[in-house]
Design a protein around this ligand. Structure first.
Ligand code: NAD
Length: 415
């Protein structure tokens, strides 16, 4: 089966979906292969005058349903295989929520914290100009991912616009509001995670007020998911960041946690709960476990010790195929990443739509449109999972792959 790499997992999931729907072998081969893969050298002048050359990637996995869409990751462990996997997952994700995009992803092999702000800006602008032939509002639209943020998107938007000679806000999403960002983008992924968690509790007949939730990761996604789930009445009993976790069976205060984290730079040491390791956090007694940090957290070696009956994958690729088998065996319901965390790309789509129309929506409009799309996607995936008697992951992949294959077959193969 898989060797544990994200690309192996992504191919395994596609092959599984292809088998379930009896996908045409030729179309299957097309979908196994990224449409375009670009590797670029990013020479950057450091503040001390030296030049360092970073390696960057941009992958378009598929563009049958529209321009490709996907985040940009700055991390020392970025590999081409990881970028390819993330691009493929973006293709299925956009199709699951039925927005008119294909999938892409970008990455630069760098620890952004090791660069000064001006080094980061020079590196970003050079990377943006190297991938310029691939991006554009009708071509491919980057967005933030791990290690990147709205400011980095602003530099990319400015680099692209300067080369075009006029402002092109729709070339990236996740931008600051001052240059065409959307209301609600910051919290969108956590909000989407919240909507699918509530839909799952409803489906299982579990009371929201009795649901005990554990969240791994207290970054953009984990922070907002914890806040909104608490607002909805769930009891968030455990959270963690890269340094460790805290647990309180009677509930952690989000306000207390965020105030502490803002000052300490971590949640470790927060006195409203007992300290636990990240490994212990995943195995805590709870109803819903939300991995919202990085890949490959739930594996064959720890899946059997997970006590939650529901896993909502806020992170991309947190569960290996082997762990999936364990969860299937033990009837743990896994709400897959391509459904659970699609709130981010959905509000990115809203941002792009608003940019193109030069018209802006208020918070309520964004949240309400997001809720409708997430609930629709949840119902579609659940229905397919019941109809085909497959897991939610298989159903979501089948739904996504089926929609992309239909677009590909309807358009036909050029020439
Ligand atoms: P982030 O960088 O803001 O936060 C990541 C969090 O995970 C931090 O709290 C960090 O301390 C923690 N973390 C890192 N390594 C860890 C480890 N080994 N163990 C435990 N915790 C660890 O990132 P984010 O934007 O919140 O993204 C989190 C995940 O969600 C990623 O997989 C990302 O691809 C996915 N995602 C994000 C978005 C989005 O809109 N931000 C959208 C879709 C998917």
């Amino acid at each position: 089966m898989s060797t544990g790499s994200a690309w192996e997992s992504a191919l395994f999931q596609l092959d599984d979906a292809a088998r379930i729907i009896g996908l045409d072998p030729g179309v299957h081969e097309v979908l196994r292969t990224p449409r375009r893969t670009l590797e670029v050298a990013v020479p950057t002048r450091m503040d001390n005058g030296e030049i360092r050359v970073f390696t960057g990637y941009r992958v378009h996995h598929n563009t049958s349903r529209g321009p490709s869409k996907g985040g940009l990751r700055y991390h020392p462990d970025v590999t081409l295989d990881e970028v390819k996997a993330l691009a493929m997952w973006m293709t299925w994700k956009c199709a699951v929520v039925n927005i008119p995009y294909g999938g892409a992803k970008g990455g630069v092999v760098v620890d952004p914290k090791s660069l000064s702000r001006s080094e980061l800006e020079r590196m970003t602008r050079r990377y943006a100009s190297e991938i310029l032939p691939l991006i554009g509002p009708e071509r491919d639209i980057p967005a933030p991912d791990m290690g990147t943020n709205g400011e980095i998107m602003a530099w990319i938007m400015d680099t692209y616009s300067t080369r075009e000679g006029y402002s092109v806000p729709g070339v990236v999403t996740g931008k600051p509001m001052a240059i065409g960002g959307s209301k609600g983008r910051e919290s969108a992924t956590g909000r989407g995670v919240t909507y699918v968690t509530l839909a799952t509790l409803k489906h299982l007949g579990m009371a929201v007020e009795e649901a005990r939730v554990v969240i791994q990761g207290f970054g953009n996604v984990g922070f907002h998911a914890a806040q909104l789930l608490e607002e909805m009445g769930c009891v968030v009993v455990g959270v963690s960041d890269v340094k460790g976790g805290v647990y309180n069976p009677t509930g952690l205060s989000h306000t207390g946690l965020s105030t502490y984290a803002r000052e300490a730079g971590t949640i470790v040491g927060f006195e409203g709960g007992e300290q636990v390791s990240n490994q212990e956090l995943l195995e805590l007694d709870c109803d819903v476990l939300i991995p919202a940090a990085i890949e490959n957290q739930l594996r064959e070696d720890n899946a059997g010790r997970v006590k939650a009956s529901v896993i909502v994958e806020a992170a991309n690729g947190p569960t290996t195929p082997e762990a999936d088998d364990v969860f299937k065996e033990e009837s743990v319901l896994v709400v897959p990443d391509i459904l659970a965390n699609s709130g981010g790309v959905t509000v990115s789509y809203f941002e792009w739509v608003q940019d193109i129309q030069s018209y802006y929506w208020d918070d309520d409009e964004v949240s309400e449109r997001l809720r409708k799309i997430m609930e629709r996607a949840y119902v579609d995936v659940l229905a397919l999972s019941e109809e085909k008697k497959v897991t939610m992951r298989e159903a979501a992949t089948v739904l996504g792959v089926g929609r992309v294959a239909a677009a590909h077959q309807t358009r036909g193969l050029y020439p």
